[in-house]
Every structure is written in C-alpha cells, then in structure tokens.
Design a protein. Structure first.
Length: 438
C-alpha cells in the first residue's frame, strides 16, 4: 500500500479531482503542487522555492501568449473578425462537419508544414466564433479537432515538431541501452495514430453532432470598431493581415514566437490597425484575453519541476515492476498507466520522454519486449497526458481560442472530451499494438 503515499500519485489525482469539481485551474495546480511537495518530504518553503524556480521553463510560452492576445485583440478592433466570419460562413454554410474537418486539417499543418504550434489559435479562432454560434456548433467538437491537430501529427509524422519528437524518443532510447534511429520511429506508431483518427471521427460525427446554443457575445477585452459593420477592405485591414502573417514568418525564421508577435504588433501600429495612442490598451487587452492561460503555463512548469524533484516517478515505476511480475501484457498496461499519470501532471509529452525512457527501456528489456514494442510504449505513454491534461498546451491552446467570449469551460469542454476521445483509444490501440510487435 506504500504506492498510495506516492507524492506524484497523490498530487496528480488531487489536481484532477479539484479540476473536475470546478476549482479554478490555477488554484488546483497550486494546491496539488503544495500537497505533492509536502508528501514528498519537502517543507513548505522548499516546496514553494521549487515551484517558483521551475516556472521559468514556460516563460517564453507565457510571454508569447500575452503578445498574441494583444495581436488578436488588435485584429478584432479593425473589424476584420466580422469580415472573416461572414466570408467563412458563406463558404461553409450550414456544413458544420466540413468546417470541423477543415479545422482539424489546419491544426495539423501547424505541427508539420508550418510549425507554429498553438500560435495560430488566438488569431484564427476568435473571429470564427460568431459563425460557429450561427450554425449552433458544439465547441467541444472544435476542441477535439484542435487538440487532434496539435497532437496526432507529431506522434505519427517525422516532419516539423514530429521530427523533433521522434528524435527525442530515439536519442533517449539509445542512451538507455536500446538503439533505434529517429527515422525508424514513425514505422512503429501508425496504429496509435490511427486510433486518434477514430477518436476524432467519433467526436465529430457521434459524440457532439447535436446543435448547441451559444450567445453572440463580444470577444473578451476587445471592442470592434466601426469597420466591423462593413465589408470594404481598408488599410487597417491590410495592417491586421500583415501583422498576423509577420508573426508567423518571423517565428519560423528566428524560432522566437515572442519576437514574431512583437513585430506583428509593430506592423499593426504602423498601418494604424492599432492606433498609436491605443498601444497601452492593446497590451492590456492581450493580458486580459490570454494572461490567465499564460499564468497557468508558468505554474504548470513549476508544478512539473516539483514532481520531478520528489522522486515519486521512479518509485511508481519500481512498484509497477514488482506488481506485474513477468507478464508482458500487464507490464505494458502498467507502463501506459504510469505514463498517463506522469504526463497528466507534467503536461508535456516532449518533457516526459527523458523521464520515462530511463526506466521504460530497462523494464522493457527485462520483460523481453522488442525495439518496436518499446518504441510504441514510450511514444504512447508520453502522448497520453497531452490530451486531457489541464496543464497541457494542447488543451490550453484550444481553450484560449474557444473561450474568447467566455462561453467555453476548460475542464468540461476541452479536457474531458479530449481525454475520452484520444487517451482511451490510445491505451487500447497501444496495448493491442505492443502485443502485436512484442
């Protein structure tokens, strides 16, 4: 029963329970982190020091969110949001499922072809909310589409972020005694990737096919100008488009999303899309629109750092080894459950790999798993918590866009739907595939 006192297990379960009973996500993570630190043997001062010292891991992302929020707010003020919504509604009409498939496709491009990750969401999604409201689209389906596009491509394809992900998997497996080339990883993960496609189709055509009513409310912290009621293309509209494009191009060129957003804002000021005297209000709008998500990312980074320092992950895996004996099936199941727990808490599949590979590779070798089966276990275990975790950018990003008017709940409208539609199929497919390749 010693496992029941494991700080990581207690902390992650507590965080999930607090989130499900609608405790604010920021407070839920903080409370869970403090409890995890205390159970892990740290005093309250050491616990807080570890949380704060680990927050810097997401400082770049947090700054990016705030600046992108200002960019999105500025675009809304030009009236381009209404024009885009009207145009899209004419193209899509009442074909909501077609729109959802297009949305999933666009999100996929953000990982591989144009690797901007979540940067497109606060710019693209808020202008489309009115159109989605008019056709009474269930935003839970849209959240599933966005999370699918943020997750499935890097799991399956060795392009863009996928190439980085596969490289991290191969490097850490090789370092721990099981050599595999990063060009080989994609060959072993096609079954779990297909399970995510199944989950996506279930979300669109079965789970959330019914209409859901939303009010046409303004985007939080933004006030559309007089241009919102006209379809005439103006210099301000051009500035808004150039600002958004510049943010993406500069990020691809320099690798810095905050720099891209900053230059995008500068171009919008230059073209008077954001009046020079309104710079302060634009930044404040960005803080109001995206600041909360930015702070969640900072706290989540500190939380992940604390969990790693407790040593609870190593303990969970060691206990898992003792429980499964020599059974390959139960060994695979236990590793996937451990991966789910760790990634749900840490909130990043990329950051989970170095932790779990250290223990998974020797564990897999002891149980007689092949390279193919071990690769699949590590990829699936790392990816599991990325969908459904309250602290993951794969869920925070979609919420940031879909909740721009305050009508989308992070836990019940993003985390729970994505957990059910992607993590459950991943576990089932992962187990089946491991048994096939073992």
């Amino acid at each position: 029963m010693e496992i029941l006192l494991n700080p990581v297990l207690i902390s992650v379960v507590l965080m999930i329970v607090l989130c499900l009973i609608n405790v604010n996500i920021l407070l839920a993570i903080m409370i869970s982190a403090i409890v995890g630190g205390l159970v892990g043997g740290f005093d309250i001062s050491k616990t807080m020091d570890l949380i704060v010292s680990g927050m810097g891991g997401q400082a770049n992302t947090a700054l990016s969110y705030v600046l992108l929020g200002a960019l999105a707010g500025g675009i809304a003020q030009t009236g381009l949001t209404t024009i885009l919504s009207n145009k899209m509604e004419r193209v899509v009409g009442k074909r909501g499922k077609v729109f959802l498939l297009i949305l999933a496709g666009v999100a996929c491009l953000s990982q591989n072809v144009i690797p901007v990750h979540i940067a497109f969401i606060p710019i693209l999604i808020p202008p489309l909310l009115k159109m989605m409201n008019d056709i009474k689209m269930d935003r839970r389906a849209a959240a599933c589409c966005l999370t699918f596009g943020l997750k499935a491509p890097y799991v399956a394809l060795p392009l863009g972020f996928g190439l980085i992900f596969h490289g991290v998997v191969a490097e850490n497996m090789t370092l721990n005694g099981m050599e595999v080339a990063n060009t080989e990883v994609w060959k072993y993960v096609w079954i779990p990737a297909l399970s995510m496609v199944v989950g996506l189709l279930i979300a669109i055509f079965i789970s959330y096919r019914k209409k859901r009513n939303y009010k046409n409310l303004p985007i939080i912290a933004s006030k559309e100008s007089e241009l919102a009621v006209t379809d005439h293309f103006t210099l301000q509209h051009l500035g808004a488009i150039l600002g958004a494009l510049s943010a993406f191009v500069v990020q691809l060129w320099t690798g810095s999303l905050p720099l891209g957003a900053l230059i995008g804002l500068g171009i919008m000021v230059l073209f008077k899309a954001i009046p020079f005297k309104a710079q302060d209000s634009a930044i404040l709008d960005g803080v109001r629109l995206m600041g909360f998500i930015a702070f969640v990312m900072l706290i989540a980074s500190g939380y992940a750092h604390l969990l790693r320092e407790t040593g609870g992950v190593d303990h969970i895996v060691q206990v898992s080894k003792d429980l499964v004996g020599g059974s390959q099936f139960w060994g695979a199941a236990m590793m996937l459950i451990v991966g789910l727990l760790v990634t749900m808490g840490i909130g990043t599949s990329f950051g989970t790999i170095p932790i779990i590979a250290t223990i998974y590779v020797p564990f897999s070798m002891a149980l007689g798993f092949s390279v193919e089966a071990t690769t699949m276990l590590i990829v699936v275990a790392a990816a599991l918590g990325d969908a459904g975790s309250p602290a993951s950018d794969s869920t925070l990003g979609p919420t940031a866009g879909l909740n721009a008017d305050g009508q989308h709940n992070h836990i019940w409208d993003t985390c729970v739907p994505t957990f059910l539609h992607y993590n459950v199929p991943l576990i089932v497919a992962g187990l089946a595939a491991v048994m096939f390749f073992m």
